[in-house]
Design a protein around this ligand. Structure first.
Ligand SMILES: CC(C)(COP(=O)(O)OP(=O)(O)OC[C@H]1O[C@@H](n2cnc3c(N)ncnc32)[C@H](O)[C@@H]1OP(=O)(O)O)[C@@H](O)C(=O)NCCC(=O)NCCS
Length: 208
C-alpha cells in the first residue's frame, strides 16, 4: 500500500483522524470506561462458541493495536482514532476492505458521549469516505446500523447515504444477533467529494 493511503492523518477543523498508537492506551481506556453504558447497546460481541469452538478472550490493548496494524498493513483496514480539539474522542474503522471486482468496505464508529451532537462523526465519516474513494480507490462504502440507533441513522442521513435494505440477524451486538439496516455510497454518488457536500449542506442548514 502506498504511504498516502496508510498510515495517514485526515483533518477538518477540530476533527482529526489518525492511526491508533500504543501510547494512546491510558486515554483510550479512560474514554472507554467512562462510556461503557453509552456504547454497550451498539458494541459488537462474540457469540458463545460451538461445541468444538475456541473460547474467545478479550484482547489486551497491545494485542488490539498490533492486530489493527497488521490488518492495515495487509490492506484490509484503515483503523483510525478520532481526535476532537486535540483529545482522543472516539474511533472510526474502515474494515472489510475488498479489492478485485468489488472495491468495497464498511465503516464502524463511536464517539465519547461528552462530545456527542457537535457533528464530529459526520465530519469523520466524510473524511474517511473521501479517503476511501479519492486516495485509496475504493468504489463503495457501507455503514450497517441497528434500526433502533436513531443518532447513528441521523449521521448517514445527514451525509446522504442511500438506504438499501435490512440484513436480518446480521451482527452479534450486545449479546445477541441483531438486524441491521444497510446504508451505502458509491463514488458516483459524490462527484464533488463527501466533505464538500457535508460542508455545503451544513451551512445550508445553519443559514436557512
Ligand atoms: C452515533 C454517534 C457516533 C453519532 O456521533 P455524533 O458526533 O454525536 O453525531 P452528530 O453530532 O451528527 O449527532 C447525530 C444525532 O445524535 C443525536 N444527538 C445529539 N446530541 C446528542 C447527545 N448529547 N446524546 C445523544 N444523541 C445526541 C441527534 O439526534 C443528532 O442528530 P441531529 O444532528 O439531527 O440533531 C454517537 O451517538 C455514538 O457514538 N453513539 C454510540 C455508539 C454508536 O451508536 N455507534 C454507531 C454504531 S452503528
Amino acid at each position: 500500500m502506498t504511504s498516502a493511503v496508510w498510515p495517514t492523518r485526515l483533518v477538518d477543523g477540530d476533527v482529526l483522524l489518525r492511526p491508533m498508537k500504543l501510547r494512546d492506551q491510558r486515554t483510550w481506556r479512560e474514554v472507554n470506561l467512562r462510556n461503557r453504558d453509552w456504547l454497550r447497546p451498539w458494541e459488537a460481541t462474540v457469540p458463545p462458541p460451538g461445541p468444538a469452538g475456541p473460547v474467545a478472550r478479550r484482547p489486551t490493548y497491545r494485542q488490539m493495536v498490533r492486530h489493527l496494524r497488521a490488518e492495515a498493513g495487509a490492506g484490509r483496514m484503515f483503523p483510525f482514532v478520532i481526535e476532537y480539539r486535540g483529545r482522543l474522542a472516539g474511533q472510526l474503522t474502515v474494515a472489510g476492505i475488498t479489492w478485485g471486482s468489488m472495491c468495497s468496505a464498511h465503516i464502524g464508529y463511536w464517539v465519547d458521549a461528552a462530545v456527542a451532537g457537535r457533528g464530529v462523526m459526520p465530519t469523520a465519516v466524510a473524511l474517511a469516505v473521501d479517503h476511501c474513494f479519492r486516495t485509496a480507490g475504493l468504489h463503495r462504502v457501507e455503514v450497517c446500523i441497528r434500526p433502533e440507533n436513531g443518532p447513528s441513522r441521523r449521521v448517514v442521513e445527514k451525509l446522504g447515504f442511500r438506504q438499501e435494505g435490512l440484513r436480518p440477524r446480521y451482527l452479534h451486538i450486545d449479546g445477541d444477533w441483531r438486524d441491521h439496516l444497510v446504508f451505502a455510497l458509491t463514488v458516483e454518488d459524490v462527484p464533488e467529494g463527501l466533505l464538500t457536500r457535508w460542508h455545503r449542506s451544513r451551512s445550508g442548514l445553519e443559514y436557512k
